[in-house]
Ligand binder design. Structure first.
Ligand SMILES: [Fe+2]
Length: 540
């Protein structure tokens, strides 16, 4: 059996459509959920499209998934009391799930609440469906209907799966360019899209002019401003299309909250309690806009669990990791009057190597280790936010320096994880990440300073969707001191498209022609292969 489905386009988009037919459908479904009829009976008449932010699906399991939308007839409402232009209480929203893209073969009708407390977002956690197949869905509310989206259930645990295609993406600064990369990934018809963080940017670019503008012109730091940032991004046609096309797995990086934060510590040394209030607002807005499971991820103040594991038959297991919420305080945390940048010399910052430091937090470390130990999948992807391989750079002192916001700030945690990979003998471990706005393909060793240390895993890092990359020459200059880096390119924007089968994982690094051109084309910059049973990067 294959997880792949025949190539096909979505059904025509019905942005607004009278649903007079739904009442008749209810009559014909006497044994079905009568509550549908009550929802339809509300007959709310909209003066603007309440589904302006599109639809999304995620958290795939063998018998179901989460369907998402958010009612927002005025998506960028400037009034904090009326997010998305909505007022009042919860609103029942009907959904339909079909076995065909024309939505003729309806296999499920249900109702979920658009919750007023969560900006009228809907998280319909659906179960009882068939494993390993596509479904199509849409939402209905009053006289409006959403576009049609496609979603996959995961193949049953242990079931044979021939092939899976997933894309991974990160770092989409709206101001830095267009989201043509999202459109091209949607065109590749992937089963899954993995969002690895910096889905949006909270700040406003100081370097003008930019390609586009954050509409409110202010840094997001409160619940209404984070909400409007998500709304602006979700109004983007290319991002909407990708969500409608592919089932999403999501984690975050820093810019969903604030630059380079770690747990309760902000880059600017705000009071930790104050910062946690900001984090709570940002996490809630993330929840309100992502197809995550309410039972797992509904936020509790500044606490929100998003790390989770997804299994696709016998072929693939993906651990989605949270690299921000549980971090130890940044090594050699800078006092407020010191220039930040987190480049610390090895000799000057002994704290960096402290064994007690963790990027994942001990609970998540242990959860990940147990998952690796128990996995029966042929390929095991650890999907997280930042570069894992060491990237040391010579300082003027002759000492090596390390950037402390990625895994180089947590070398003890990194070594524990890579040792765990060795101990568990987990099959074909592959780490994927983003954050650094550059493509990397790396061999991961338990001891990066020892070239004889065996390669135990493979790392692939995707460039940014649109965010500006680091200076190529500066990074290229440090590569001779980092021989485990097999490929680097920071001058291109794009994504990574991955095909997995029993014999190999093939990763195509996809690069845009021009991020400032909404009609940009895409091409394959480089293809890498990871062979079954051979950790490390190989050319295709
Ligand atoms: Fe980024």
């Amino acid at each position: 059996m294959s997880f792949r489905v025949p190539e096909g386009k979505n059904a025509p988009i019905n942005r607004r459509r009278l649903i007079g037919g739904l009442g008749a459908g209810c009559l014909g479904l006497m044994t079905g959920p009568a509550i549908i009829c009550r929802a339809a009976a509300q007959a709310r008449r909209w003066t603007a499209d309440p589904f302006s932010l599109g639809v999304a699906a995620g958290a795939p399991r063998p018998d179901g998934f989460v369907l998402w939308t958010r009612l927002a007839p005025d998506p960028l409402s400037a009034n904090p009391a009326t997010p998305g232009g909505m007022t009042g209480g919860d609103v029942p929203v009907a959904y339909e799930i079909a076995g065909d893209e024309a939505m003729r073969d309806i296999v499920r009708r249900g109702v979920a609440e658009a919750e007023a407390a969560y900006a009228w977002s809907v998280h319909a956690d659906v179960s009882g469906l068939q494993p390993g197949r596509p479904y199509w869905y849409r939402f209905l509310c009053g006289d409006a209907a959403s576009r049609v989206g496609r979603v996959m259930t995961a193949p049953a645990a242990g079931a044979p799966v021939e092939r899976i295609r997933f894309g991974f993406v990160s770092c989409a600064n709206y101001e830095h360019g267009y989201f043509a990369a999202y459109r091209h990934l949607a065109d590749e018809n992937p089963d899954l899209v993995l969002f690895l963080g910096d889905y949006l940017y909270e700040y406003v670019e100081e370097n003008r002019p930019t390609v586009r503008r954050h509409s409110d012109g202010i840094e997001a730091a409160t619940l209404p401003t984070y909400r409007n940032r998500y709304a602006q991004y979700r109004l983007d046609a290319d991002l909407q299309r990708l969500h409608a096309q592919a089932t999403a797995l999501v984690t975050w990086d820093d810019h969903e909250v604030a630059n380079d934060y770690a747990d309760r510590w902000s880059q600017f040394n705000d009071d930790p309690d104050l910062f946690l209030r900001r984090r709570a607002a940002a996490y809630q807005a993330f929840y309100e806009h992502m197809p995550v499971r309410p039972i797992l991820s509904r936020p509790d103040g500044p606490v929100m669990r998003i790390y989770d594991r997804f299994t696709f038959g016998d072929l693939l297991e993906i651990s989605m990791i949270d690299g921000r919420q549980y971090r130890s305080r940044p090594a050699c945390y800078a006092p407020p009057d010191r220039l930040r940048g987190h480049l610390e010399s090895d000799a000057g910052c002994a704290e960096r190597r402290d064994e007690g430091r963790s990027m994942l937090g001990l609970a998540q470390e242990s959860w990940l280790g147990l998952g690796l130990a128990h996995s029966k999948a042929k390929w095991n992807v650890i999907a997280q936010d930042v570069l894992m391989a060491q990237l040391r750079q010579k300082m003027p002192s002759g000492d090596f320096g390390f950037w402390t916001d990625d895994w180089d700030g947590f070398p003890a945690n990194r070594r524990r994880l890579l040792q765990r990979i060795v101990q568990t003998r987990v099959s074909n471990p592959v780490v994927i990440g983003g954050d650094i706005h550059a493509f990397f393909a790396n061999d991961l060793r338990v001891d990066f300073d020892d070239p004889k240390s065996p390669v135990v895993a493979t790392e692939l890092v995707g460039t940014s969707i649109s965010s500006a990359g680091p200076p190529y020459d500066l990074v290229a200059a440090v590569l001779p001191d980092n021989p485990h880096v097999r490929f680097f390119e920071s001058r291109k924007r794009g994504y990574v498209s991955v095909d997995v089968d029993a014999e190999q994982m093939t990763a195509r690094l996809r690069a845009l022609s021009d991020v400032a051109d909404p009609k940009a084309s895409v091409s394959t910059l480089k293809t890498f292969v990871v062979e079954n049973g051979r950790p490390g990067v190989a050319d295709a």
